[in-house]
Design a protein around this ligand. Sequence first.
Ligand SMILES: C[C@H](O)[C@H](O)[C@@H](O)C(=O)CO
Ligand SMILES: [Mn+2]
Length: 424
Amino acid sequence: MTQEKIMERYLDAKEQYEKIGVNVENALERLSAIKISIHCWQGDDVKGFLNPDGELTGGILSTGDYPYAARTPEQLRQDAELAFSLIPGRHKFNLHALYVDTDEEVDLNEIEPRHFEKWVAWAKEQGIGLDFNPTFFSHPMYKDGFTLSHPDDRVRSFWIEHGKRARKVAAYFGKELGQPAYNNFWVPDSSKDNPIDRLSPRKRLMESLDEIFEEEYDENLTVDTIESKVFGIGGEAYTVGSHEFYMGYGLTRKKTILMDAGHYHPTEVISNKISALSLFSDKLMLHVSRPVRWDSDHVVIMDDELQEIMREIVRGNLLERTAIGLDFFDGTINRVAAWVVGVHNTQKALLKALLEPTEDLKSVELSFDFTSRLVLTEEYKNLPFGAIWDYFCQINHVPVGLDWYEIVKKYEKEVQSTREEVEN
Ligand SMILES: C[C@H](O)[C@H](O)[C@@H](O)C(=O)CO
Ligand SMILES: [Mn+2]
């Protein structure tokens, strides 16, 4: 499509939105300010560089044998760079501790900021931020399905030290990059069958976390977040860090609660939890994912729940208080394309929400005119938001429409497919 055509379609669409009282320029300005935290682990099926030949544990699973997964930090950065160049706006890259980039032999309880210097230098070059995650899985000290809640002191101490060091690394990211690094604690501890004692592991997890969080960090540098889960593979009966556990922990310790769209019972949705949590917590973080029958971590598509999540954030005026991260890993498709589709959809759902005449709809609801509420919300679904999205891509100097996919296909052929295969 020519630039003139994109502009023409935009102006026409803008007029239609203005007729229902929407300020389109303001919506685009707000969209530009939203940073999405793009997870590194879609790029290599959650293998990382600490022990890439090891098994992926912790009850998560990446399936698919599409070739060309990144196998070195350089390749992962190169792939991510391409994805960033196809996504409008400036965002963040979300690293896990197992993505250390150093020539030193280093274990998780030894990590230091210097082991991530190359990531920081790259982020500076790209003009992006970094987020972080301690890794409590894919390691021999993940024992019997437990880490921070394991009954053995030696196991717990190893992971407590890792958690403390991860906070130091995250604070270093925040300092170097001039924006807080969100540091997410997801602890997979769980059991396959019904435990006799549900309480003691939860008490140990609480105490281990208290120890990790003893040191205060400036929230301008790093924000600790905590992520619950209902079950994992091999941990179906009991998860120590359940929803109730982390709600209690976060609210009493003033830690930010992270809700992952795939971490609840199959008919439970996080869109219905955001408003409640926002009343009791300053900040919140999301892992936007797509559970298909279970926590399958599919690439996010433009489905009802994605749109409802973004509407909740916009309608509740929560944009400034909510950190939006992505979490999926699909090994059946080109991994750069997976990133781009997931981020584009997240941004598009945000844009749709920002293009809604929310105040008018709220007053219709307050007057109990439920017929108008249904008629209007359904009719607004036909408005030409795609023309506004295309214009947003154009003014952000990224490809419009399907042009980005041509670039990914060319990159797969000319770069990814020529990389030497590393056996792992
Ligand atoms: C790899 C991540 O830590 C992971 O996806 C976590 O956020 C999660 O959601 C585990 O199910
Ligand atoms: Mn998650």
